[in-house]
Design a protein around this ligand. Structure first.
Ligand code: ADE
Length: 246
């Protein structure tokens, strides 16, 4: 069981997206839980304000420290009351963070509780980030209007690695990136479509042959489409061969 907590000004946005399809089913079945906490509920401003102009001037509004801090502390207190001790990691979703990738998803999937802090507007007052954030993560070198979509991307990638979330436990192992290779091409019925035939080896019933063909296709595809991953794969293979010889 893994519990995700999302601090956001737009809770309905993340809940709508994440309560659908495979992740929605995982919530229904109790493999994961997803809670969206509205930062606005924690403001002490009597008009419900959560943002203000930036000191020093410049365009846009900044999310203020107080509501973000109080929302985060409220979630941490609940988590600590539940598990008796430890605080959860707090991930600030920002283009300034380190880039998200599959190994980081695997690392985060081992946590029991994760808090995602989503900024909006021009960002969040630096002082509260210094006090509550443990990890800053970006989903890539482009700028979005808020942290909600990146948080949803990361939660999807992490949640599908939680045991039980995917029906077929193999599929998290064989697909793209698990062993550093891209996935092989796949085919379903009919056997011939638009004059294109399914590769005959897949119809031969010899599992060893099928596996060998798929690995070969994965390697070829990776070499063609992602030379960076191919090089890393070849380096790993040659290191393993050397170790085997000793
Ligand atoms: N917020 C805005 N753009 C982002 C990005 N690329 N990754 C993470 N958070 C963001």
């Amino acid at each position: 069981m893994m519990n995700f907590h999302i601090l956001t000004l737009f809770p309905e946005m993340v809940l709508q997206g994440l309560n659908t399809s495979i992740i929605g089913r995982a919530v229904d079945k109790g493999y994961i839980s997803i809670e969206a906490v509205n930062i606005r509920d924690y403001t002490l401003d009597k008009h419900g304000k959560v943002d203000d102009y930036t000191y020093g001037g410049g365009a846009g509004m900044l999310m203020q420290a107080q509501p973000v801090y109080d929302a985060c502390m409220a979630v941490q207190d609940r988590i600590m009351a539940g598990n008796g001790a430890s605080k959860a990691r707090v991930i600030y979703v920002t283009p300034q963070g380190k880039t998200f990738h599959q190994e980081l998803a695997q690392e985060l999937a081992r946590e029991e509780e994760l808090i995602f802090l989503c900024g909006h507007y021009e960002g969040i007052d630096e002082r509260v980030l210094e006090e509550v954030v443990t990890d800053e993560i970006s989903i890539g070198d482009y700028v979005l209007t808020g942290g909600e979509l990146p948080a949803m991307v990361m939660i999807d990638a992490i949640a599908r690695l939680v045991p039980g979330v995917l029906h077929n436990t193999d599929s998290a192992v064989t697909e793209s990136f698990y062993d550093g290779l891209l996935e092989y091409p796949q085919y379903s019925r009919p056997e011939i479509w638009h004059d294109k035939r399914v590769p005959p080896v897949l119809l031969c019933g010899d599992h060893a042959k099928v596996d060998a063909w798929r690995l070969e296709q994965s390697v070829l595809r990776t070499k063609e489409r992602r030379p960076d991953l191919y090089e890393a794969y070849m380096d790993r293979m040659s290191r393993e061969t050397c170790r085997g010889r000793k």
